[in-house]
Design a protein around this ligand. Structure first.
Ligand code: NAD
Length: 261
């Protein structure tokens, strides 16, 4: 079944793919025939079954993306399992909301490590073999917060702006090769990461979840609709397709008009 599909024979490693956007992207890449290396915390068997249902091989490594030595072990594991890593999706990410003066130092360090430095580590480790094969895709899950700021999100906004910078530099360094490096910049997507912010909003404003969602979207996202992990997965598939061969260094927003304002 996997043999005739666009990404048959390729391996995609998706960090933070036990949940939300990463899982959505892993399923879409698998549907195109790519074997998948999952990563992330929490339940693994549910996500593994969803990806395996696409008729591909699935492996899992539980590297903590804040730890360079564990990232090195994960990349070595992926090569040992599948022979190479053709597609890296740097998706693992965490959020913490507080003003700069109240921001816990350990939260700042963790957000920078997980949301930004991890992509440097996977990239530096994956690029030599991609260059040797003259094909590769690195897709960085940035955010609208890589393009604009929001109060209370200093570490996240700094990390996502940095991730877009890393994307541009990596795209330039690979510009004459078959490797492309791009960023995807979603607005609100209703995943566990955002559900926490909906719950906090409902509690702070004394309203129900539906009203909290309406207020959250109403502030920033003109479409008044969440982007879905499936839509982001389809964009990742496009970036992996031949049509994406010369798409290099973009920060592609999928944000219901957030950054058009
Ligand atoms: P999520 O909380 O549903 O999933 C995050 C994933 O990262 C999980 O699999 C979790 O286990 C994993 N993870 C967290 N810390 C990790 C660590 N130290 N090591 C390894 N894995 C770790 O979140 P999501 O909303 O799907 O977010 C995915 C990415 O998309 C993040 O980078 C996030 O910043 C970005 N993003 C999300 C939204 C949104 O609205 N949800 C918007 C823009 C960007």
């Amino acid at each position: 079944m996997a043999e005739n599909r666009m990404l048959s024979g390729k391996t995609a490693l998706v960090t933070g793919s036990t949940s939300g956007i990463g899982l959505g992207i892993a399923i879409k890449l698998a549907a195109q025939g790519a074997n998948i290396v999952l990563n992330g915390f929490g339940d693994v068997e549910g996500p593994r079954a969803l990806v395996a249902a696409q008729g591909v091989k699935v492996a899992y490594h539980g590297a903590d993306m804040s730890k360079p030595a564990e990232i090195e072990a994960m990349m070595a594991y992926a090569v040992a399992e599948f022979g190479c890593v053709d597609i890296v999706v740097n998706n693992a990410g965490v959020q913490h909301v507080a003003s700069v003066e109240d921001f816990p130092v350990e939260k700042w360090d963790a957000i920078l490590a997980i949301n930004l430095s991890s992509a440097f580590h996977t990239g530096r480790l994956a690029l030599p073999a991609m260059r040797a094969r003259n094909w590769g895709r690195i897709i960085n899950l940035a955010s609208v917060h890589g393009l604009v700021g929001s109060a209370q999100k200093s570490a996240y906004v700094a990390a996502k702006h940095g991730l877009i910078g890393l994307t541009k530099v990596s795209a330039l360094e690979t510009a004459t090769t078959g490797i492309t490096v791009n960023a995807i910049c979603p607005g609100w997507v209703l995943t566990p990461l955002v559900q926490k912010q909906v719950d906090a909003r409902a509690q702070n404003d004394g309203v129900d979840a539906a009203e909290a969602i309406r207020r959250l979207l109403g502030e920033k996202q003109p479409s008044m609709q969440f982007t879905t992990p499936e839509q982001l997965g389809d964009l990742a598939v496009f970036m992996c397709s031949p049509a994406g061969d010369n798409v290099r260094g973009v920060a592609w927003n999928v944000d219901g008009g957030w950054t058009a304002q």
